[in-house]
Write a protein that binds this ligand. Sequence first.
Ligand SMILES: [Zn+2]
Length: 134
Amino acid sequence: MKLDQALVDAAVRLMKSRFPAGPGGAAAMYLEDGTIVTSVSPDVLNESVSVCHETGAWCEASKLGRRITATVCVSRESERHPHLILPPCGVCQERLLAHGPDVEAAVPDPADTSKWVARTLRDLQPYYWRNALP
Ligand SMILES: [Zn+2]
């Protein structure tokens, strides 16, 4: 399943329900059969143990034994900006690459960071470290 507005909407919907006001975020991923899995970063008392919004959805895909095909993470830093599109961090990219370099990730449209464009992990990591291995 390719990245589309329905996946972005799922992430925004979860963010709004879990964090109705103030800062917040959420992630949504398509699995190969079209299932959408979503997650948020759990509350922690010590930021050093926090995990990304994507982590729960990534674990859910593993639990279900299905390949991830697309991912989106949204964040709201203030009420002035309804949501931003956040590309996956380096750790999340590394985790997602277990599902192949063709996984699509939403990245912010340079003209409007509340809008998205799709890029593959191959696009995000042209010099991925494993590519150097025989
Ligand atoms: Zn991350």
